[in-house]
Design a binder for this molecule. Structure first.
Ligand SMILES: [Zn+2]
Ligand SMILES: [Zn+2]
Length: 162
């Protein structure tokens, strides 16, 4: 088995919907207004996958027909945006994958519709939590209810169910 045969996995924030797929055929970010709105982000970031090698391993995505040519899949329980789908193509949100760092975009689409300040983000000052003890303490107190970044046999864990 070589790297291109490796299966990738991911899912929504609550874990009700999980998927497994082969290595993406294209990884892109899209600045169109529909991707901004559908993802709730400042651009969409998607990995196009071979639909014959894509399986929904837990639950099912809900579909919103966002135009006459495309639909968007999302988790009906937690709202995580999961897919752009159209013309036989399925593209999955990069951040929904368990290992998004492995999926570096190769191209920007609909660049003319970008939010103008998006490309200045890298120059913004970054807050260091170590300089803010109250923030550090707050972050240390956070208990995540998010599904972990790997497949699970059952979710949520027994102690939280019901
Ligand atoms: Zn969910
Ligand atoms: Zn778009």
């Amino acid at each position: 088995m070589n790297a291109s045969d490796a299966r990738l996995s991911g899912g929504c924030q609550c874990g009700a919907v999980r998927f497994s797929c082969a290595a993406p055929t294209r990884i892109s970010i899209c600045h169109c207004r529909m991707c901004q709105k559908a993802t709730g982000g400042v651009y969409g970031a998607f990995a196009s996958v071979d639909t014959t090698a894509l399986s929904w391993t837990r639950g099912a995505r809900k579909i919103f027909h966002s135009s006459n040519v495309a639909q968007r899949g999302f988790c009906a329980d937690c709202g995580t945006p999961l897919t752009w789908e159209g013309d036989g193509e399925v593209a999955i949100s990069i951040a929904a994958f368990d290992r998004p760092a492995d999926l570096k975009p190769q191209v920007q689409l609909e660049f003319h519709e970008r939010i103008p300040w998006v490309h200045d983000l890298g120059a913004l000052p970054a807050r260091n939590n170590a300089d803010y003890p109250a923030v550090d303490a707050f972050m240390a107190s956070v208990v995540s209810l998010q599904h972990p970044d790997h497949d699970t046999d059952a979710w949520p864990p027994e102690e939280r169910a019901g």
